[in-house]
Ligand binder design. Sequence first.
Ligand SMILES: Cc1ncc(COP(=O)(O)O)c(C=O)c1O
Length: 452
Amino acid sequence: MNFRPPSDREGAPTLIQMARGAYVKAALSLRSPSAAIIPEGSQTAEGSPPSNARAMSLVFQPSDNIARMKESATLAVAAKARALKAAGKPIIDLGAGEPDFDTPQFVIDAAFKAVAEGATHYTATEGILPLREAIAADANRLAHAGLPRVAADEVVVSNGSKQSLYNACVCCFGPGDEVLVPTPSWTSYYEMLGLARATAVPVYGDASNSLKVTADQLRDAATSRTRGLMLNSPSNPTGAVYSRDELRAILDLAAERNWWVLSDEIYMRIAYDGPAASALELAPTRDNLIVINGVAKAYAMTGWRIGWSIAPVAVTKAMTAFQSHATSNSAAVSQYAALAALARVEDADAAVNAMVRAFHTRRDALLTVLHAYPSVKYVHPAGAFYLYINVAGFAGAPDPGSAFASRVLEQEHVAVVPGSAFLTPDWIRMSYATTQSVAVDGLTRILRCLHG
Ligand SMILES: Cc1ncc(COP(=O)(O)O)c(C=O)c1O
């Protein structure tokens, strides 16, 4: 599969044309009364301001780039819960999307050492070579033997996997392109694709299949404009994990159709019923594959902001160029911390396994609570640290998840995320990245609110 930047495609405007269009629009809107307030009396007879008229204030009108963007609903709930906490309410916050553990000490020590030794400068945009080599080595432990080995020049290190995903969306997709998004899925995919001016096409998974989509559903949703698909296993928000067969069927279809696959594997190490598979293990080719991962979730390193992409060299070059203009390299000290996490495999495995064991114990405790409520529907939580609970019909509301999230916050002081954030309003997401007693208490209150 040959990589062509989105603007190269037939009929699609180039970035420069788009920029020119935006410039003209901006110039026009500056001349419109809603954009600029001209001092009274300074209009000429023709109604236009004289050349020396100065705008006294500029009313912000969102640009076309962000006009469709929505605030992250996960952040909105966290903000509301924080406000209630600040007002003295004892809130059980089950909205969090980050491990409640601290970064392993050996990683912190490595970061201190790196800074003391001078890791305080810019690095190459794509990241320091030893880290990219460690990422490639980590990938090669999984990548299936029939494909070429992953090399460091296929890796870009970014400010969290979020930036890697955004880089990939902007570089592979553009106006007129449709991208299939198995839904429910992480709220930022839809927005990132919108920012790339591509069209996110939600493909809804079936509750009988843990809300996962099948290759057949993706095939049915495709049009001649389909250019790619997002994959995320284990899934945020559902905690569902795709089986090897399910994943293989989807990857085969994508390869056959020449679709880009953006496989977000940020939760891959956090799986309970056997290992979660990586696209690197199953894809028939890596020519159309962009694997995204990072240190945030598995190594409890959310604040260090290190993620990466593994992609064909042409895509990697485009993503590096894009990132060089957007943010340059991720923080040097964080790169050395991530290097320790990836290169010191034994220490890292011990730390990661201990965290995953703790999540697993909590997951089992939650399942025990749920078994006492056989009528409650939920997605079997096989990975990540989320439980997705069905609240369809709650209070007869048109958006039952939001109605429930408000009610349970006010009545039971529990913060959860409404499923509308993930385009499935009949559901709510609770995170169990918190102590077991808090998670169990929170779930018990949720179930009381649902049935009370
Ligand atoms: C599915 C998914 N992908 C990516 C990310 C972003 O992770 P990072 O902290 O590496 O940017 C998150 C964070 O919540 C996520 O849930």
